[in-house]
Write a new protein. Sequence first.
Length: 333
Amino acid sequence: MSHVDAPAELEDEDRPRKDALSPALLARVFHQPALIYFNAAAEHLSIREAARRLNVASSAVSRQISQLEDALGLELFEREARRLKLAPAGEILFRHTRRIAAPLESAVAELDMLRGLRTGRVRIATIESVGLSFLPLLIAEFGRRHPRIHLDVAVLPAAEVISRLAAGEVDVGFGFIAVAPPARIDVALRRDVRIGALMRPDHPLADTPHLTIADCVSHPLAVAKPEISIRSVIEPFLLRAAPSLPPLVEADSIRMLVELARSGRYASVMTPIGAQSEIASGALRFRRLEDPGLPSNRFALMTGAGGGLRFAPAAFFEHAKHFLSTIELPGAV
């Protein structure tokens, strides 16, 4: 990251390279605003966005980060095109500063509760199909009850939802999981969801009785790429139906699978989650696949194991559990 002139108050003797990581110097550094500015820039990987969140000028963020880099004697960021990337030292520092910040955020939230403010922040990770389905309504209802709570939503592949939960990088996750819950994950709610083929009502397979994957591979077919969890469930059945698979359309987006089905040429193998509007309107039909042994896809509401949630994440988590208990999940067995 390019340096700017360090503030006058940081004298040369405060940043000698050979003892830049001494405990005394680190103690002084960690009591400076620079750490707050670094955290914001590392979280958003953007000086401009960090400045907006902190309500300061971008130059102030750059100056404070340069001061921190000088004090530590290490580069914390690398520039890639127009975007920041954490350098190895930055990744280490960010990992530890997040752990430092979590209890402080919890304390602030509890103090705000005493004042009746109900503030805080919830980090949510979700698979795309849930984001296209009920999650916006769930969030809207929560937002009306807790308008001062900030919600940060990341749309990710199922495996990354789980890995971020396990690493403590997000508070609440929505995704599909294997039969056994992953290590370091607490599953609060699970639902088995049918796997089927999505197609237009005039598709040749729309009225086929007892539809199977073998029926589907004889027609133009769209499937998820391996990074989407449903692919690992259907892959053995695809290979069994056609050991030498015909050309497929593979997509890393549920929305793309829905649109491919809308085209009329393709049947898309997926769950109905993410296509409720099209199914309800009659624009598309969802046909359950009846291959012997084909399992359901298991949806789960999750948190990281161990350690209780802070006020805001706990409030959102309880709201999500209640919300999911009151709706009919599309395709639920």
